[in-house]
Design a binder for this molecule. Structure first.
Ligand code: B12
Length: 291
């Protein structure tokens, strides 16, 4: 957060700091109520730290394609000025231009563009699309969401578009040898959806049991289908479930490869033999090496 003198900043100084025109600063005051908290006796605007933080957030949101009236509503709600400048800047944020385009379509709540951009990204293959476009866009929107809860709609539309694009990757007709399942209270299924699509691209079929898979359901599925690999996903320590993992290890036939994936497992002491691929490329290559 940049320093603001006690006397506050004039509209011209605010404009310089934010790299926008002074007329824009005045328009945002007049039109959207994003003005200074006080004016000096000559009625000149004096912006304090919080006023500046609001305008900084407004600037960032409009660059991201959020409609000005909506951006102003979000900026006016800002309580903690430190949060406006936390998170990443435009340059840190973008994994690539494609990730930025996807993110902007999400902020604009534009499902048709989201769908098109997600499909376009997949033309390069699932692994590059996930690592360079989808995951950076998701991470960035997750960061924004942690700062301002107004991004939920954008996050849901982005997730839906990515999910639909991954599901449209043609599946092989071979018998599935891989079982994918999220932890019993886990809703974050996209990384496993990406894995299923990436494996499909390589001719390997999988069964994706999706979000929230109870331990007993998973054990029954292993017993019925005899997979060579079982991949679990937990996004947070709170969802990683040792009982689910134990059920997989106890199931017969025992799957030759058991992987516990996602940040949720990172702090756990896992039983010997349980694999922990760090990313999609590693998970794909680990499974592809199986007979
Ligand atoms: C999309 C999303 C949702 C969607 C999920 C839709 C779906 N079908 O998956 C919905 C809306 C359902 C959702 C719900 C919630 N979410 Co959410 N969500 C996200 C978001 C934006 C992306 C998730 C994702 O797919 N990440 C995958 C990649 C992008 O994440 P990554 O950390 O960079 O991945 C690393 C590794 O995991 C690995 N990796 C990545 N991909 C793959 C693939 C494979 C195969 C492997 C092996 C490894 C691997 O490599 C990366 C580098 O290390 C994240 C933000 C984020 N940063 O992840 C929040 C986030 C995960 N959600 C969060 C929260 C709090 C929630 C909720 C609790 C919110 C609520 N109050 O209701 C709920 C419920 C969660 C639950 N019970 O499971 C927090 C989690 C904080 C924490 N650690 O506890 C995050 C981080 C947002 C935030 N900044 O606060 N969410």
């Amino acid at each position: 957060m940049t320093q603001v003198p006690d006397a506050g900043l004039s509209a011209g100084e605010v404009a310089r700091r934010l790299g926008i025109a002074v007329t824009t600063v005045r328009t945002w005051d007049r039109r959207y109520g994003l003005g200074p908290s006080r004016r000096d006796p000559g009625r000149h605007r004096r912006y304090d730290r919080r006023d500046l933080a609001r305008l900084e957030l407004m600037r960032r949101l409009t660059i991201d394609g959020v409609a000005p009236a909506e951006a102003a509503r979000i900026a006016r709600d800002l309580r903690d000025p430190a949060k406006a400048t936390s998170g990443s800047s435009e340059t840190e944020a973008s994994g690539s231009q494609a990730a930025t385009r996807l993110r902007r379509a999400a902020y604009a709540l534009d499902p048709a563009t989201l769908e098109r951009q997600a499909r376009l990204a997949l033309a390069e293959g699932v692994v590059p699309a996930w690592t360079a476009v989808f995951a950076p866009a998701l991470r960035e929107i997750g960061r924004r969401h942690a700062t301002v809860s107004r991004y939920i709609a954008a996050e849901h539309l982005l997730s839906a578009a990515i999910s639909a694009a991954l599901a449209a990757v043609p599946r092989p007709s071979a018998r599935p040898s891989v079982l994918l399942a999220c932890a019993p209270t886990e809703l974050h299924s996209l990384p496993l959806e990406a894995l299923a699509a990436a494996l499909a691209e390589r001719g390997r079929a999988s069964r994706m049991l999706g979000a929230r898979v109870p331990a007993t359901v998973l054990r029954d599925a292993i017993v019925r289908t005899g997979p060579t690999a079982v991949v679990l996903w937990a996004h947070a320590a709170i969802t990683a479930d040792s009982g689910q993992l134990a059920a997989v290890r106890a199931a017969r036939p025992r799957p030759p490869l058991i992987a516990a994936c996602g940040p949720g497992w990172a702090s756990r002491n896992l039983p010997p033999g349980v694999r922990t691929p760090a990313g999609l490329p590693e998970a794909v290559s680990m499974i592809s090496q199986l007979a």
